[in-house]
Design a protein around this ligand. Structure first.
Ligand SMILES: [Zn+2]
Ligand SMILES: [Zn+2]
Length: 137
């Protein structure tokens, strides 16, 4: 995959990612619903060394069911939620697909926290869907 670029609404916080995503998925957990204001977040996980972040951001760490922390980074000016990481795995960064300048490449491979999925948030029924977070491989 060629380089992926993206960023927040005001343009102050940007990302670029090279290589292929480690995985791509959609999460319906209540935190993702609150963070996005919609039914899910669409996340592409990349190796940390393949991702470059520029600009100021604010982070908010919320405890996940696992006891680890999901750390969400957003633009302090426009509030767009641009990337995140998990305290349990510092080697991977999740960029939000919606913030990509062009996100045609995004292809969800799985759905997590399907138990919290709102009925109105339609997903591809052929994707593997997990009630919560599947155990790490
Ligand atoms: Zn911004
Ligand atoms: Zn989530």
């Amino acid at each position: 995959m060629s380089e992926i670029t993206g960023g927040c609404i005001c343009g102050a916080l940007t990302y670029s990612a090279k290589g292929d995503p480690v995985r791509m998925g959609q999460c319906h957990c209540k935190h993702c619903q609150r963070a996005s204001g919609t039914g899910h977040m669409s996340l592409a996980f990349f190796k940390k060394e393949d991702v470059t972040i520029t600009g100021d951001f604010t982070e908010y760490a919320a405890e996940a069911d696992s006891g680890n922390h999901n750390i969400r980074a957003f633009c302090p000016t426009c509030g767009a939620r641009v990337f995140g990481r998990n305290s349990a795995n510092d080697a991977v960064v999740a960029i939000t697909a919606g913030c990509a300048d062009n996100n045609d490449w995004f292809e969800p491979q799985f759905i997590v926290y399907n138990k919290d999925k709102p009925a109105w948030d339609q997903m591809d029924g052929n994707l593997p869907a997990f009630d919560a977070m599947p155990p790490p491989k």
